[in-house]
Design a protein around this ligand. Sequence first.
Ligand code: GUN
Length: 282
Amino acid sequence: MTVIDGKATAATIRAEVKERAAAFEEKCGKKAGLAVVLIGNDPASQIYVRNKIRACEEAGVRSFAHFLPEETPQRDALALIEALAADPSVHGILVQLPLPRHLDAMALLAAIPAEKDVDGFSAENIGKLAKNERGTVACTPLGVMELLRRYHIPVAGKRAVVVGRSNIVGRPMAMLLLNADATVTICHSKTQNLKEICREADILVAAVGKPKFITGDMVKEGAVVIDVGMNRDENGKLCGDVDYEGASAKVAYMTPVPGGVGPMTIAMLLQNTVEAAERTLS
Ligand code: GUN
């Protein structure tokens, strides 16, 4: 079994992005800029956002951090996003999800112009992905495709099964695999015969959010297993959506948790930001 090393791959991509960021700064006299908006006290989001800001600094991307309190009213959040949308130093805007429940996330995300939508969540970018046109693609599924590409794992003609249908991972993941000519099935909480469907997968992507949900008996011998999960097990230890011990005995390739897909999300965010900055020059 080959362990897909997301940490090392992400480091390679971050070095590539750093060079592009430096070239942009040389050409333009200012850095590529990413605004990161965190509203509220979600502990996981605080860690993710801190990591994103640190990664920006290491890559020579300027970060604009905006931490707003849990009780921020919709109009204040909207006013901030509109100001960032109008700011020429900001090339990308990321609003960390989930937002506090009283906020209308759809309305806030809709205020991010498509050209600054480095998360690929806008209707315009999702529409482009659905039509297999060039646009900005959500960072986590884009990171998965990059891992498959850099490990020379063929996708065209393969049976791909995506477990999970979230807007952030499952849906865009399925569309990317389809655009790469896989035969794609999306499974979710109402799917019947989940085990049988998963066992047909040449490429199985788990994006469920439940610790060790995919067990060894659900994977095919020789499959490629991509674990997007980031959970705590019963002992508080970080674990994915896949039972690593059970699955790794059977599969050909697998991403670990941590050190698999997670680091790729940040690398692709930096790449999307530098590409957004580069587009302002053309
Ligand atoms: N929350 C979990 N993953 C993500 C992501 O990729 N982008 C944003 N904005 N929020 C998230």
